[in-house]
Ligand binder design. Structure first.
Ligand code: 15L
Length: 270
């Protein structure tokens, strides 16, 4: 990997991992609608709107591997999700195919499986149960990744990311927290490991109270350095200030599940 493209480079997750990737790849090409702050010596900015196929093709030219963080990162209107996450993701994979890009790491999300109950432990082989239009778009991105891997031989890694940050923010995040340096480890497995064909892994640190079986990531060498229990008291103190959410608290996706919810909670999800 000489030249790596990161989409969504002006976003929060990119801001946390860019400093940790400095020096790992000779060139990091950053794309977004607007320029990210503080370009490093090995970073270069290429503006690209993911809905503009020609702009995406220009950003992808000469690239060896892609970290696709771009798109809309929470729930949004159907048109927002359609443009940024469905059409945008298609444009990205299609540009990568045309340019002969070997590897893509796709930032999927826990919201692709948000309607599993918190009392369940699930692997990556379960049927998707999206909790939002956003979650549906992540399931779409995973399916697209499988198509480009199987049909075009691209090496694709989908990371079902929990919540990236310096620390877990509340009770739910104690189960799904992912530290920036653990995310970098997973991204590097996706970009570098020789055995990658098509993989789904959970983007989660080594949290004791996790809900996800991340065996495949461990097989591929993932050794998380962080764990949420080191921040447990702070997270529970923050949780105590939040309003109760009787629907969201049952499901892994939390508030993404309770938003717009009109069903019978006993029959929803799995
Ligand atoms: C996500 O997928 C979002 O991108 C992020 O903003 C958080 O909402 C996170 O999930 C979460 O579930 O905490």
């Amino acid at each position: 990997m000489r030249r790596v493209l990161m989409t969504g480079a002006a976003g929060g997750v990119a801001g946390m991992i860019r400093p940790l990737l400095a020096g790992i790849y000779p060139e990091l090409v950053l794309s977004d609608l607007r320029a990210p702050a503080g370009l490093g010596a090995t970073e270069r900015f290429v503006p690209a709107d993911l809905t503009d196929a020609a702009a995406v093709e220009a950003a992808v030219a000469g690239i060896d591997g892609i970290i696709h963080l771009g798109g809309h990162s929470v729930e949004g209107s159907w048109d927002t999700i359609l443009q940024a996450n469905i059409i945008g993701c298609y444009n990205l994979f299609e540009a990568a195919r045309k340019a002969g890009v070997k590897r893509v790491v796709f930032a999927s999300s826990n919201h692709a499986i948000g309607f599993y109950r918190r009392r369940r432990r699930i692997g990556t082989d379960v049927t998707v149960r999206p909790d939002s239009r956003y979650g549906v778009s992540k399931a779409f991105g995973e399916a697209l990744g499988a198509l480009y891997a199987d049909k075009h031989g691209m090496r694709v890694t989908c990371l079902r990311i929990g919540n990236v940050g310096d620390r877990p923010l509340d009770r739910r995040r104690l189960s799904i927290w992912l530290s920036p340096r653990d995310l970098v480890q997973l991204v590097r497995i996706g970009l570098e490991h020789p055995d990658i064909r098509f993989e789904i892994m959970y983007g989660v640190s080594g949290n004791a109270v996790g809900w996800w079986d991340n065996d495949r990531a461990f097989q591929l060498g993932y050794r998380p350095e962080d764990r949420s229990e080191d921040h447990r008291e702070q997270a529970l103190a923050a949780q105590a200030k939040l309003p109760p959410d009787p629907i969201g608290d049952v499901f892994q996706g939390g508030t993404f599940c309770s938003a717009e919810f009109t069903a019978d909670p006993d029959r929803a999800g799995r």
